[in-house]
Ligand binder design. Structure first.
Ligand SMILES: Nc1nc2c(ncn2[C@@H]2O[C@H](COP(=O)(O)OP(=O)(O)O)[C@@H](O)[C@H]2O)c(=O)[nH]1
Ligand SMILES: [Mg+2]
Length: 300
């Protein structure tokens, strides 16, 4: 798909945050079967669709037992745009958060290896580039969306969204959809998030809404490349306990009083320093209280 004549520019190794156009962050766990094909298609697609755009693809792996981490490293020899992060414990939210804070792009897209939906990129990026939105969510539950997942998973999405609306004041139809955002404006939100694993995405979106960041939903057509290996019902106890924690943190303690630090232009004071997003910044947040579940696996 990639055309040799196209003017693709590889990012500089020592580039600072915001010095390339786009970072795509993809958490991966035990995805050896589909990862190479998905990465090849995604990178070829980005080179072909957006030849003027500099980009990186960050695979945020943790705890895989099927050789995903090693295979991902091998792929970096073929694709200079590819970067691999690896952590020991399976943890979806921690991987995604680490990827977001490592990203150097002015825009960040959070994708999933079984989706890699370039159509979403084509519709979301113009909204960011024209500054019509700070955060664009690809919703699989709004009018115009097509969700081809089994009925039980569609129903689970509706139930969790209902709980997020009632308990946490979420305004919208989906927190787990694909996301595209202005890195500078959302990095602080990612640093503030306390829960990991399944509910990280929900906390990220709800904190963004509470900080009056401009959030826009667009419908997506979701077509997974494979069924998920995480059993739906195994997620339930952890989701409920993290939901209870977030209810306490956001509705009782109202601890996201980040508006106090906001500037008149609506941007956060920390963001205005244009600080690079380094993994070290996780340490600040790791010192904060979080739900206690240090040894729990994200998937089992
Ligand atoms: N790093 C990491 N990635 C994960 C974990 N669990 C799921 N993922 C990745 O998250 C994305 C979505 O996972 P999937 O199994 O499709 O679940 P779904 O979101 O319910 O469809 C995929 O790219 C997975 O590889 C995890 O524990 N750690
Ligand atoms: Mg999936």
């Amino acid at each position: 798909m990639a055309d040799d004549q196209q003017r693709y520019r590889a990012p500089q190794q020592d580039a600072d945050s915001g010095s390339i156009d786009l970072s795509v962050v993809i958490p991966v766990y035990n995805e050896a079967a589909i990862m190479a094909g998905a990465v090849e298609e995604l990178i070829a697609g980005l080179r072909g669709h957006r030849p003027e755009m500099t980009f990186e693809v960050i695979l945020a792996e943790n705890g895989s037992s099927d050789g995903t981490a090693e295979k991902a490293q091998v792929l970096t020899a073929t694709y200079p745009e590819l970067q691999v992060l690896s952590l020991p414990e399976p943890n979806y939210g921690a991987a995604l958060r680490r990827g977001i804070l490592t990203a150097r792009g002015r825009f960040v897209i959070c994708d999933e290896i079984d989706l890699c939906d370039l159509d979403f990129y084509d519709r979301a990026l113009p909204l960011l580039e024209s500054d019509q939105a700070d955060l664009v969510i690809g919703s699989k539950a709004m009018p115009g969306a097509q969700d081809t997942r089994p009925m039980i998973r569609r129903a689970a999405t509706q139930v969790i969204n209902g709980m997020l609306r009632i308990l946490l004041g979420f305004h919208g139809t989906d927190t787990h959809g694909l996301k595209a955002f202005q890195s500078e404006r959302l990095a602080t939100v990612a640093r503030q998030c306390r829960v990991e694993r399944d509910l990280f995405s929900s906390e990220f979106v709800i904190r963004a809404q509470r900080a009056r960041i401009r959030v826009t939903e667009i419908p997506i057509h979701i077509q997974e490349k494979r069924t998920p290996s995480i059993h739906l019902f195994r997620r339930v106890p952890r989701v409920l306990s993290n939901l209870a924690y977030l209810f306490y943190a956001l509705r009782i303690r109202k601890e996201d009083a980040s508006n106090e630090r906001r500037q008149p232009d609506g941007h956060d004071a920390a963001d205005q320093k244009d600080e690079p997003h380094t993994p070290d910044q996780e340490d600040e947040r790791d010192a904060l209280p979080r739900p206690g579940e240090p040894n729990e696996k994200s998937k089992s």
